[in-house]
Design a protein around this ligand. Structure first.
Ligand SMILES: [Zn+2]
Length: 432
């Protein structure tokens, strides 16, 4: 690592970035020796370094990263900014239920900054208490506070006693679900998050049982489409997965092909409908799902009570490998904030996915850059490094394309062409 900090130079807001290697996020092979020409926070052109003319360089602030790799800022499509990642589901639940709105907002900001320092420049909050996350989103977007770009659903919509009921938006049955969808959209949510099954974090719910019927889910999709947005559905069972596919949700969060706890069976005919309807599978690598990678690759110990998951995960990942081989679109996400899943450790998601699903580094990178941007309907602005896109990018000394574990510590994070994280430290600019 070089000892000098980028921020000590006058290059925190460059016009031209020289990159030794460019990973663009599309899955294409890295491109050597390029020059990125920036204008008003966006990428204007990307050219070969040799094509830079003296006229282009004259008077320009040129940041020379010719020994480094540049790649798009990462995107996490599933995180809970108001959650605390404590070591039990019960503790997380008590925290999010008990804290004041102000404390939750501060916690959300802190969590967002931890993700940003780890290279996540865009994240989607998939359920917070009340509408705190919308205020946090707006505070960052308006410049009131630093942080990543956020899409937020407000609370997750669920049933009485259903998964995440303590976030505060209950809707039982089709009519109530439709009204709840309208309520969150009117309040300013970016999209609709609903819980199609119970969840492990909510002891009184049943993770295998559907919480809504297909018609109710289709009603939620209709509201979303009227507003030009989409539905993301939490689902832990194959039964609910089939309903979500029939209803036409845009993403299936967790997307487990689980017939009963620990029993997984991939169904190609369902996957084919997912492909036809352009439904994304959100593959979750939360703390428990990282256990095999952490114990076998990193040598960390696994809590005794979680040993049963070592074989369950085997079956889960076998089904997911079949799904990916079939051609279903997918993203890799963290579920950060839940048990044992802190913000700021996002590198474990692509690293675990490469280990478990036998992805190449470039495939994993695409699933945390271009694919999430398309899922979130912001692919015209972010997700890849191509002309016209917002200049959100990361700088690495060693290329993540060579070894996905290199993705752990970005040397620098740029947002809209400005240096915002330098060697892990947040840049706080003079306040005006
Ligand atoms: Zn979640």
């Amino acid at each position: 690592m070089p000892t000098q900090y980028l921020s000590t130079h006058d290059f925190s807001d460059p016009d031209i970035v020289l990159a030794g290697s460019l990973i663009d996020g599309t899955g294409a092979e890295p491109r050597p020796d390029v020059a990125l020409l920036l204008h008003l926070g966006r990428l204007d052109r990307i050219i070969s370094r040799d094509a830079l003319s003296p006229g282009m360089i004259q008077g320009a602030r040129v940041l020379d990263l010719s020994g480094s790799t540049v790649m798009p800022g990462m995107m996490d499509t599933h995180a809970h900014l108001t959650f605390s990642a404590l070591d039990s589901h019960d503790a997380v639940r008590k925290q999010v239920s008990g804290e004041s709105d102000a404390t939750l907002a501060l916690r959300a900001l802190r969590n967002g900054l931890a993700h940003l320092a780890a290279g996540v420049t865009t994240l989607r909050d998939t359920g917070g208490r009340g509408f705190v996350t919308l205020d946090v989103r707006d505070a960052i977007a308006s410049g009131l506070a630093p942080g990543p770009r956020i899409q937020a659903s407000g609370p997750a919509i669920t049933t009485t006693g259903g998964h995440l009921n303590y976030l505060g938006l209950i809707a039982d049955g089709a009519e109530a679900l439709r009204a709840a969808c309208i309520q969150v959209m009117d309040r300013g949510a970016d999209y609709i998050k609903l819980c199609a099954t119970g969840g492990i974090m909510t002891a009184e719910s049943d993770p295998m049982r559907p919480q809504y019927d297909t018609a109710a889910l289709a009603g939620a999709v209709a509201v979303a489409e009227e507003r030009g947005t989409l539905v993301a559905a939490h689902s832990l069972s194959a039964e609910a997965l089939v309903q979500c596919v029939e209803a036409g949700v845009r993403s299936i969060e967790h997307c487990l092909w689980q017939d009963e706890p620990g029993i997984f069976r991939f169904r190609p005919e369902v996957a084919d409908v997912m492909i036809q309807k352009n439904i994304f599978a959100g593959l979750t690598f939360a703390g428990i799902a990282q256990m095999r990678f952490r114990s076998r690759v990193l040598g960390q110990s696994v809590p005794d009570d979680l040993g049963v998951w070592m074989t369950r995960l085997e079956a889960r990942y076998e089904a997911e490998k079949e799904m990916l081989a079939r051609g279903v679109r997918y993203v890799l996400h963290s579920d950060a904030g839940v048990r044992e899943t802190p913000f700021g450790a996002f590198w474990l998601i692509p690293a675990s996915a490469c280990y478990e699903l036998e992805l190449t580094p470039l495939q994993a990178i695409r699933a945390i850059t271009q694919s999430p941007a398309e899922l979130m309907q912001i692919g015209e602005d972010v997700g890849t490094l191509e002309p016209g896109k917002v200049a959100d990018f990361l700088v690495y000394e060693k290329s993540p394309a060579d070894n996905i574990r290199n993705i752990q510590s970005p040397r620098a994070v740029f947002q809209s062409g400005r240096l915002t994280v330098d060697a892990g430290s947040l840049i706080v600019r003079t306040l005006k």
